[in-house]
Design a protein around this ligand. Sequence first.
Ligand code: BGC
Length: 782
Amino acid sequence: MKMNKLKLLAFVVLGSLQLANAQKAPQLGKASVDEVIQAMTPEEKVELLVGPGMPGYAGLVPLEGEPDVRVLGQAGGNEEVKRLGIPKTVFADGPAGLRIQPKRQNNPNTYYATAFPVGTALASSWNTDLIEEVGKAMGEEVKEYGVDVLLAPALNIHRNPLNGRNFEYYSEDPLVSGKIASAYIKGIQSHDVGTSVKHFAANNQETNRLSVNAHISERAMREIYLRGFEIAIKEANPWTVMTAYNKIEGTYASANEDLLIKVLRDEWGYKGMVMTDWFGGYPGFAAINEKGSVSDVIAQMEAGNDLLMPGTKAQKEALLKAIKEGKVDEAAIDRNLRHILNYILKTPTVENYKYSDNPDLKAHAEVTRNAATEGMVLLKNEEKTLPYTNKSGTVALFGNTSYDFIAGGTGSGDVNEAYTVSLLEGLKNAGYSIDQDLEKTYVPFVKAATEKEMKRRAAEGLLAAVQRIPEMPLAKEMVTEKAASSEVAVITIGRNAGEQHDRKINNDFYLGQDEIKMINTVSDAFHAEGKKVIVILNIGGVIETASWKDKVDAVLLAWQPGQEGGNSVADVISGVKNPSGKLTMTFPMDYNNEPSAANFPGVPANDPKEVFYKEGIYVGYRYFNTFNVKPSYEFGFGESYTTFEYSDIAFSSNNFKDEIKVSVKVTNTGNVAGKEVVQVYVSAPSKMLDKPSEELRAFGKTKLLQPGKSQKLTFTLKAKDLASFVDAKSAWIAEKGTYTVKIGASSLDIKTAENFNLANDITVEKVNNTFDLDVDMETLKN
Ligand code: BGC
């Protein structure tokens, strides 16, 4: 009897083991994605749809109680579901290069990444091949440090110069933004790692970024704020998209069906994965530990925001409850899971890629050094002050930032690089001798002031804004002495900014009194000796230049040029490199000339809840040119050490059919080799609709042209390049009539122009009716 019982037990155990084996849960990569989804419990679905928080983000080791992570300093990633063979994958910032913790506890190795030039600097090169090379270098670091997705590129429009994150973004123009982003994505994804275009969409300010409600006409959305994303998504197919924090017409971008379903999926055909920005959709970071709002989570899921990042317990609880109670559309949940799983299937993690933790940082230092020089914009160069080749006399180096050069901005756009070459070091490396008294006073001054500022920030918590260190006071007699003993003066003006704060008008957009005093004192003294003054702008976004530029001889906009900054600037100062960058944004005469000045960052002024984009489509040069407002430096502007001539403009036909090809010959008519950025603007007929006087529709850059050499550049204009968005018809329409193609060296420096004709209106594209204004708002008309 006993024996029989045992036998029976053995039989049952064996049988159920066999059964379990036969019914073994489907494994991702072996079973189909749909089979995996079907096998998921509600709890497992939630695990995948809501990220695991940010373990390992801040320290040398994960904090107590946090799970282990593969890459310290990662911003997040998806949660694993072991039973179904779904691994964790890793996301890390950001736009200027990979942002991870450079050190780990009990580990002698370092994990530094290359700090590449910031977004404005890269874009100012207008060189998509170069950007793709930079992307490839970044992509190698992403892959070799075990990361699956770089949380970049960032391509929100420079609506207003005060946006604290403009340095991460590319331009006031959507074509430039879209093309630069495409090249960047292609470069990174060539390594089979992913990107995340962000912040989709209309994240154009940092003040109250988590909740501010943006009111934007559909036309401005389509033509300005979405167009760059559209180009990048259609041309480069980023693996993921990150939604913006802000609301658009009352709905969070991350819960906005117009944005995520009608536009992104239906119209653009996007198949990748959509994730929120970090804690996006909550009223504020304060809510992280509070109960998540169930309706937010449901709305986000149903609107097609596949993954909630970095994920909170409250979100998980809310979503689980909604799923169990049937309060969230099941089909939407499964659709989102499908996007997430399809993304995971592409990752190096799923391939079990053996990353080296040893990317080629040396080679990438060369990439960034070179890329930075191409994005530098020579704003002024009286009497060929630059290149400055005299290495026998001394250079008097002024300005705190000369000694503590800014490689890039702060926040998630920052990179933990191994070093930053200051201008002092860069000039020395290039063989210049620098005035030693100045060095001896500036270096300790800057060090002490920086330490004080760091303490202030630490004491006030991370949220304390970075503040510029006041310039070291300069005694007039000392400067007069230096003017006599040195050959030239170089002054650096520095600015930094980053997430969570917009920049200030005074003492940031406008120079501070200390800086004006420095420029005046140095210029007076050096000019009295017949010596030149060169200003280097080590900044991430636009500053005021009109009031002081006449006082100096040369102005080089170096941007925040990455870790090789000082060497890159020295390459340009010495003439090893001829600067060929041009502005991708307008430098106004005055802040109040900005079309958005009266409506930024929104109302009420002390705590903006609503922001009205009353300037409509007239952003940047579209406004300045159309309304004849003179800028200090216009969109597209940049000088060179050589000169170029434009000739032989030719069309494939003077009557537009499906497309038209435009070519132009560019000749280097100066004495040194150089590259030229060529800009193609189109003025369209405007009977049906008011339009900007001209809009950038194509651009290109010559190769390095030796003196006397020419290159023919050819551009293709398609119907969409002629079209404007007609709200009343929900359509992109190219209006019949005469079009003028203006080819220029800047938006105001048109070198050659020619007309063509379009016989009949073309409806290029019919789209969904979206983004209905939820308020009465008049927008600017021409
Ligand atoms: C930023 C994103 C970033 C994310 C993760 C957010 O605060 O807005 O750009 O990718 O944090 O660090």
